[in-house]
Design a binder for this molecule. Structure first.
Ligand code: SAH
Length: 219
């Protein structure tokens, strides 16, 4: 409904100002992506009125759509360029992929839960986000055939930095991944520099488990 579109547009603008700009996110591409993507369509109808709140929300299958600020922080940390090809592990609702797709040339995203993969794919089609390539499967191994990527983002908590993903970055590429135990993690950023890497810690965070061959073992 037209009335709802305007209501959500207002909530979205308020979210960008009070949660994202106010906390120091400055990258203009990140801010304009947040102003464009209709976050309320990435949650179930029952949760739409909470979609622009300052917290994560359940998306089914015991998974969550991340708090808006953490999506912004991770996106800014990737230092994206419009020609970049970016890999995301953990499609979930598809919101993070949709934000990335506003900024870069192409987004590749992998999800291990079939129903979430299918739901996200149909939303991308409906919103005509044609530069998002989706895949169903274990993303901990990356996407060898499409590598190397300019940036890789992992949106589930890993027990350690997955080495295999670093190898799928171009020289100069960036990886952002939450690393820690199953309750709390640190957001780690890796910069690939030729044969060396530079690692920095962006602070604490809390994500659902990354489950797979190079993640946590059980579901
Ligand atoms: N980026 C998502 C966040 C979803 S939560 C969003 O914007 O909504 C993390 C997601 O990672 C969950 O959907 C979970 O099923 C998925 N996941 C966990 N381990 C995975 C793996 N090995 N490969 C792909 N997806 C995985």
């Amino acid at each position: 409904m037209e009335k709802d579109v305007i209501k959500y547009e207002r909530q979205r603008e308020e979210m960008v100002r009070s949660q994202i700009e106010a906390r120091g996110i400055k990258d203009p591409d990140v801010l304009s992506a947040f102003r464009r993507v209709p976050r309320h369509l990435f949650v179930s109808e029952a949760l739409r009125d909470q979609a622009y709140g300052d917290y994560p929300l359940p998306i089914g299958e015991q998974q969550t759509i991340s708090q808006p600020y953490i999506v912004a922080e991770m996106t800014q940390a990737l230092e994206l360029d419009k020609d970049d090809r970016v890999l995301e592990i953990g499609t979930g609702s598809g919101y993070q992929a949709a934000i990335l797709a506003q900024i870069v040339y192409r987004v590749y995203t992998i999800e291990r839960i079939r129903s979430l993969h299918i739901q996200a794919r149909s939303l991308f089609d409906k919103l005509q986000y044609h530069n998002i390539v989706t895949r169903y499967g274990d993303g901990t191994k990356g996407w060898q055939q499409e590598s190397p990527f300019n940036a890789i983002i992992v949106t589930a908590g890993a027990p350690e930095v997955p080495e295999i993903l670093i190898n799928q970055l171009v020289v100069g590429g960036r990886l952002v991944v939450p690393v820690g135990n199953q309750h709390t993690q640190e957001l780690i950023k890796i910069d690939r520099r030729g044969n060396s890497i530079q690692q920095s810690n962006l602070g604490g965070c809390r994500f659902v488990k990354l489950v797979g061959e190079y993640g946590w073992r059980d579901g």
